[in-house]
Design a protein around this ligand. Structure first.
Ligand SMILES: [Zn+2]
Length: 202
C-alpha cells in the first residue's frame, strides 16, 4: 500500500475571499509524507461566509520539471495515488481529455479513479451549455470514462508539471514512468497556459 502520513494541521487566518471579499478565509495546512515522493504541504482554504473553497499543494523538496506517465490496465491500477499540484496539466490521450492549469487551478491528492471523477464532473458541467455537436462528442468521452471506472479498461494518465510538484505513486513502481520535461515540452506547456489564460480573460 501507499503510505500517506499526515502531521499536525496549522490554521492561517485573515485571507481575503476572491468570491465575496470577506477577510475571514481560513487556510488549514497539513504536511504529508508521501512514500516514494517526500514531504508535501496540502492547503485547504475556505470562506465561512460564502462557502468558496480551494485546495492546493506544494512539494517541500527541490524538484525539476517532470513528466509522469502510468499505463492503466486493470481495476487495481485505479488505486494508483495521484499528487497533482496547481501547476500541473493532466492528460488522458485515449479520451481526448486534458485538465490544464487555469487561474483557479486546484491541487489535490487522490487516486486515478478520483481523477476520472473530476474529469467527468468538469465535462458534465461543460456539456450543460454546449451545442449539439459538442454534446455528442462529450457524451462519447463520458461513456469511455465510465467504462474505465467500471471495468478498468486501458488508458494512459500523463501529468506534466513545470515545477515538479506532482507525482504518481503505485505499490509497483515499475508501473510509473518518470522523466524530466524537455525544453520544447516546457515551452509548449507555458504557452498553453498563457493561451488558455488570455482566452479566459478576454
Ligand atoms: Zn467568501
Amino acid at each position: 500500500m501507499v503510505n500517506l502520513t499526515s502531521s499536525e494541521t496549522h490554521m492561517i487566518l485573515g485571507i481575503r475571499c476572491p468570491s465575496c471579499d470577506s477577510e475571514n478565509m481560513i487556510t488549514s495546512q497539513t504536511e504529508y509524507d508521501v512514500e516514494h515522493f517526500g514531504a508535501v504541504l496540502f492547503n485547504i482554504t475556505k470562506c465561512p461566509k460564502c462557502g468558496y473553497r480551494y485546495t492546493d499543494l506544494l512539494s517541500l523538496e527541490k524538484r525539476e520539471p517532470t513528466l509522469i506517465r502510468a499505463k492503466i490496465n486493470s481495476l487495481a491500477d485505479l488505486d494508483i495515488k495521484v499528487i497533482k499540484s496547481g501547476t500541473a496539466t493532466v492528460n488522458i490521450p485515449e479520451f481526448g481529455a486534458t485538465i490544464t492549469p487555469g487561474p483557479n487551478s486546484e491541487g489535490f491528492i487522490t487516486n486515478v479513479e478520483g481523477v476520472l471523477a473530476k474529469v467527468e464532473d468538469a465535462l458534465t458541467f461543460m456539456l450543460s451549455s454546449a451545442d449539439a455537436e459538442h454534446i455528442k462528442i462529450g457524451q462519447g468521452i463520458l461513456k469511455q470514462i465510465r467504462n474505465a471506472r467500471d471495468s478498468g479498461s486501458h488508458f494512459t494518465l500523463i501529468i506534466e508539471d513545470p515545477l515538479g510538484n506532482s507525482s504518481l505513486v503505485a505499490p509497483d513502481p515499475s508501473k510509473i514512468e518518470k522523466r524530466r520535461l524537455t525544453k520544447e515540452e516546457l515551452r509548449e506547456i507555458r504557452f498553453g497556459q498563457y493561451a488558455s489564460n488570455s482566452s479566459e480573460d478576454h
